[in-house]
Design a protein around this ligand. Structure first.
Ligand SMILES: [Zn+2]
Length: 228
């Protein structure tokens, strides 16, 4: 039997649960703090533009993108797109999210190494992760060890990506809080709110890294058991 139930499936569950919890936490924290405005009352699109200019970065063009929580910064094109709910909003959540993306833009501006590394490995990782699982299970099916090993190594590349993402995301959030607080865009209790929103978002990346590590462990265990 090839697709038998085995206990290694259980390894995946903690990662999945953590991921679901992180998703819930992001949505609820975002909903809570998008209802709380800042004293300054400036929209996120203006604040993010100010933050970048104040920090000597004039290379970024700021735009708008459809969807909820779809905000992102593209280092290749130096574009920073804010979602509809964030762009014109002066809420704590909007400022936190926009400043986080500005944090990524500042990473590029400063030549921050982990961002360079992540950007460089993205294309390779995409290929590796789509090939890894099929090759691994073909290797198991035909009991051909080199193929299972290749599958594991390719999967490990996507785990490395998930791990490299962590310092990049934590650093962007740290920069976001500092830039907002230093510029006086948020003060006192507002800073705490920004931190809560960004910590919730960071949790989704932690969940992804944990899931990836556990999945890698599962492949290693399956391969070892087949060999024994
Ligand atoms: Zn980010």
């Amino acid at each position: 039997m090839f697709f038998y139930w085995d206990w290694t499936y259980l390894l995946i569950i903690p990662g999945l649960l953590l991921g679901l919890w992180a998703q819930h936490k992001v949505r609820s924290t975002y909903a809570e703090y998008s209802r709380v405005g800042t004293r300054l009352g400036q929209p996120a699109s203006k604040v993010v533009n100010d933050l970048l200019h104040r920090n000597g970065n004039r290379a970024v063009s700021i735009g708008q993108v459809s969807g909820e929580l779809t905000d992102h910064y593209n280092p290749a094109s130096e574009t920073l797109n804010l979602s509809q709910g964030v762009y014109g909003s002066a809420s704590i959540a909007a400022l936190g999210i926009a400043a986080h993306e500005a944090g990524h833009a500042m990473q590029k501006h400063d030549g921050y190494m982990p961002l360079k590394l992540r950007t460089a490995i993205v294309p390779a990782v995409n290929i590796c992760s789509s090939l890894s699982t099929p090759l691994f299970f073909l290797g198991l099916l035909f009991a051909w060890e080199p193929l299972t090993t290749i599958g594991i190594l390719l999967f490990a590349a996507s785990t490395v990506f998930a791990l490299v993402t962590l310092p990049v995301e934590f650093d962007a959030s740290r920069r976001a809080v500092n830039m907002l607080a230093d510029g006086g865009y948020v003060t006192g209790e507002e800073v705490r709110g920004v931190r809560k929103v960004l910590n919730a978002a960071a949790l989704t990346y932690v969940a992804a890294a944990v899931t990836s590590l556990l999945s890698l462990l599962r492949l290693v265990l399956l391969a070892r058991r087949r060999r024994d």
